[in-house]
Design a binder for this molecule. Sequence first.
Ligand SMILES: [Zn+2]
Ligand SMILES: [Zn+2]
Length: 742
Amino acid sequence: MSKSQPIFIYGITIKDDRGKLKNCQLCGAKFSMSVKEHQCKRCKRAVCDKCAPNKAQVQKADGLSKKSHRLCNFCKDESDSLKRFLEQYKISFNKDSFSQQWLQSFGTDIAKAKNDFLNALDDAKLSKDTNAYDIFKAKLEVVINDIDGFVNYSIKDFMVAALKNVESFRQKEVVKTSILRVAGTLLLLYPQIGYSHEVVLITYFLLCFASEASAYILLTAIYAHILPSQLYPKTNTKYDLVNENAIVVGILRDALQVDSNDMSVIKSFLSQKLRCYLVTLSINLFLFETTFFIISSVLMSGSNGYMDLLAQMAVLFQLSNQEMQKNKFNHEETELFMLRSLRTNQLSVLYKQTQNCDFESYKKVYITTRSDSIKVDNLNLSARQSMIKPDMQKVSEINQKLQEQVDRRDLENKKLNEEIIQLRDKVKQLQKENSILLSQQQNNDSEMYKIKLHEMRIDNSDLKSQIEQLKNEISKYKLQIEDDTKQKITKQKTETMDSDYENDLQEISQFKLKYEQQIRNLKKQADEKKQQNQPNQIQIDEIKENYENKIKLLQKQVIQLQSQDNTEEIRDLKIQNQQLQKKLEKMKDEKNKSELILQKNDEIELLTELNEELTKENQRLAKQLRDLKSQSGASSAQQIKVLEEQNKLLELKLEQYHLLIQELVNIIGKVKYEKQKQLEFSDMKFKQKEDLEDVKMVAEIRTVQTQLLKGMLKENQAQLSDLMSNITQMRQVLEKSKSLKL
Ligand SMILES: [Zn+2]
Ligand SMILES: [Zn+2]
């Protein structure tokens, strides 16, 4: 017989190959001083520099690593394509994506699935055999908590990404709840399937592409139409898989043309490991993309799914055959190689070859296998529903009695319904009346307010015009005051002018005094000069006479001498003559000087005249000043008198204004009082509204009454359903008695 079922989710141990290998596991380069060995932190391959140039964050037991770690080229490419796949198809936990086309191959769709799932949930509540469900429920928590430690790195990356829309602290609870509803319902309705961890893993995988309802229908389809009952968790350890082994070998030989000499290693591996690949639908035994390819292909094959699964396995084993033989892999090493290295591009090419193969001969084997076991048809939903076949006659009698009761209840219900309808109408009517009253009230209020507002506006405009008048008068008054101040200013100005004149006069008189002094000095000097000059003139005249006489004498002597022809004497005489002429010139100079002094005397006379004129001017100014003084005195007094009179007038006007303002204040007070009255009036209106609310209260009370009546109706319905359950019990009794008879 075969090996016992593994305790935990079936998985592949990934060995840490670092330091144990001589060559790079990707390119085969020999590690040396120049070719350094690294370890990919995702797949744990031992790789060279060239094959692991990238670093990235990787999923660890406690989530995404904070540091970046070395990633081999194989992992880089595979995880990138995984991300692209998730984005392209918007894969998300508990959301329909690929489920739609998978459901189609079983002749159903998402809407039908929803309906079927709801029915199944109801049916599951009535289930008596809860053994498988109880085991499942007890182990689910542990499995979900440990699942991160058991799924391989690629599946883990996928599951984390599919759950990215759920907050991390809720993820486990969300996954657990959905799996409990989907797989739990299956195990309650079909306890013959039994529980193992694969059920959890398959459900989890389906939920990544399907809503709970769709996942439930697909899970049911897997156990009803794809996996034979020999492979149910409850029975699979007793099954030897001889037929399945034969089918895989047949496909390898016929479709993939594998030589029978090359199949010894595969055959050995098949006998040991095929069960694991079948019961898990390969989940957790390959990279995500490979598992997805297998499961999608199987589900798309409908009831041929099991044959498809075997064909896929044949292809995958063939893809590993060469490596198994070359490296002399043991089974675990083969598993690890298949997990790490097999990708969909290789798989899909060989898989196409199996499609050209005639499966009829294998199907015969497959069908024989099924006929030996529990009838798969029993799993059909329709089959389950048709299991009840009650005695029609007895049922009809009971039905009649029940029908009478039902009719009575129906009548009562009708009456109640009518009452409810009437009450509802009343409530509606009341609400209508209410709203009409409210709108009328609002209309009235608004009309009245409009009128009042209009009146107030008129009052307002009156007040405004009055204020305008007041303003005008005030501005007039202001203008008058301005004039008044202007006049005052001119008066002040004339006063200042008067003082200016006085200053000027003082200056002029000082100037005059100075001139008088100067004139006096000049006169003194002139008198002194006159006294000095008078004797000089006489002397000059005398000297002149003397000289002229002497010259006459000399000229006589010259003439005498000329006649005597005495040249020497002439020359002496000439010299004497020259000397005399020089003296004469000197005398002339002195005469000029005295003439200059005489000119000065003329200036003094001019100054004296000026002095006289200035004195006259001074006298004139003094007179003007006196006149001005007398004049200004008289006019100011007059002006002040006029201004005082004006002031009195203005004061009178001011008093009038004060009176006017008082009057206006009174008017404003009146308006305010009226407004107050209006407000009181509107308060009364509010009171009326309160009365209206009382009416609403009555309406509410009526609503409560209606609800009470509804409650009564519900009770009646409950009694009705009790009666229905009585009928069911009676039916069961009938069945029992029938079977006893048999
Ligand atoms: Zn390498
Ligand atoms: Zn790697």
